[in-house]
Design a protein around this ligand. Structure first.
Ligand SMILES: [Zn+2]
Length: 150
């Protein structure tokens, strides 16, 4: 079992209103929903969360990730380090009804933020959407003996 090293839950609406910024680092191998994707320890993801608004003035947060995540190469079954560098704007919903409304009104991702949010869970959500399902080394790597499946 992985214990949360620190609880850094935050009020996303307050962060958006104050244009606040905070940041931290997670070990991707400690994120439970990535357990079957991450090849092992040794990676890191630095995250920065900015409070902001979208172009229509709706409260939002920007989640920026910068790191490296060890994945299993689907050709040689060795470890391939996947570079993660991205920034995503998430609209904030106060409740389920708000979530549905925003989802219909915008192309943006929407996050339910009526309760304090856990930054590690947000990073986990973004990584689940971002990490390739069939990671491979760039360039050449040898398929293991007897299994050249593609
Ligand atoms: Zn490989």
């Amino acid at each position: 079992m992985h214990g949360r090293a620190q609880d850094r839950r935050f009020d996303a609406f307050r962060l958006a209103a104050s244009r606040g910024v905070f940041s931290g680092r997670v070990d991707p191998s400690a994120l439970p929903r990535l357990d079957d994707r991450v090849a092992g320890p040794g990676g890191y993801v630095d995250w920065t969360i900015h409070g902001c608004t979208d172009a229509d003035g709706r409260p939002a947060i920007s989640v920026a990730l910068d790191g490296e995540v060890p994945l299993t190469c689907q050709r040689c079954l060795g470890t391939v380090s996947e570079r993660v560098e991205q920034s995503t704007l998430l609209l904030l919903a106060r409740d389920e009804a708000d979530l549905v409304r925003l989802d219909e009104a915008s192309e943006r991702e929407v996050v339910l933020a009526g309760e304090p949010l856990d930054p590690a869970a947000l990073v986990e959500d973004e990584l689940l959407l971002t990490l390739p399902f069939a990671p491979r080394h760039e360039g050449d790597c040898a398929a293991p003996e007897g299994g050249a499946e593609r």
